[in-house]
Write a protein that binds this ligand. Structure first.
Ligand code: CDP
Length: 245
């Protein structure tokens, strides 16, 4: 798919990446041995660790849903993840991101099978340089698959941004702080492999036409993320079967 992005030729990103280029990505599953499933997803200097526990009986009992299981997500940026120490514990931002992570992942899970049960997903951001909610969703989706929880498909997430008038993929913190012209717009998007969007947010301003272009860029970028998630899961299976690392 070709995206028309008229300003692209003139625009130089601070780290020299092409407008549709993701940061270097690393992904691995099985990073938390005590968890039922776990994964690490690293995009540039942003690193997310996800650990899945369950499905297990929901406690406290009054929170049990006899019709379907519950997905519980807990996103947390740990104190040393940025240069200014973050105050530990929940805040409005972390509660919002926990909720949108749940929205992003729920559509691929077969929660009807898990009446009265809960699947707990803990996401810790150990290093933050923007795009942490997307990295957390990517790690969480891999950790759910690693836990052996039946999923209709993988979920992949990436942030598309508009810096002044130019669309770019996978913003760094430096880019999120860009303040020339129309300034920065940040659009985190999560998609099922089929292309269906499960989560999208918009922080900034963008016209309808350019938003459609941003979604198309996001689709292509999520497809690249998907290939990396798939490889990490396949590598883990190969290792368990005594194959190559
Ligand atoms: O991380 P994400 O882009 O999903 O969310 P954000 O709220 O737009 O935060 C962007 C970035 O700001 C984070 O990734 C961190 O690098 C930084 N940040 C921070 O330094 N201190 C905070 N309390 C929150 C965010």
């Amino acid at each position: 798919m070709r995206i028309k992005n008229k300003m692209t030729t003139k625009f130089k990103r601070p780290d020299g990446r092409a407008i549709d280029e993701l940061r270097p990505i690393e992904a691995k599953v099985g990073v938390v041995p005590n968890a039922d499933g776990s994964a690490m997803y690293k995009s540039g200097d942003t690193i997310a660790i996800a650990a899945v526990y369950g499905p297990k009986k929901m406690h406290p009992q009054h929170q049990q849903n006899p019709l379907k299981g519950t997905l519980r997500c807990d996103y947390n940026m740990i104190s040393f993840s940025v240069s200014d120490r973050i105050r530990p514990g929940k805040n409005r931002r972390s509660m919002e991101i926990s909720e949108i992570t749940k929205w992003a992942l729920e559509p691929v899970l077969l929660l009807d099978k898990y009446q009265n049960q809960v699947i707990d997903v803990f996401i810790d951001i150990i290093q933050a340089d923007a795009g942490t909610r997307c990295a957390g969703i990517n790690a969480a989706a891999m950790a759910l698959a690693h836990a052996g929880i039946p999923m209709k498909d993988m979920v992949s997430s990436v942030s598309v941004g508009k810096l002044d008038k130019t669309l770019v993929v996978d913003l760094t913190k430096e880019e999120e702080d860009f303040h020339e012209g129309e300034g920065p717009t940040d659009i985190p998007i999560s998609m099922i492999h089929s292309g269906r969007i499960t989560h999208m947010q918009l922080d900034g301003k963008i016209g309808v036409k350019q938003l459609k272009e941003a979604i198309d860029l996001g689709k292509i970028a999520c497809e690249k993320v998907y290939e990396i998630q798939k490889k990490a899961l396949k590598d883990a299976i190969d290792m368990e079967n005594g194959g190559k690392e």
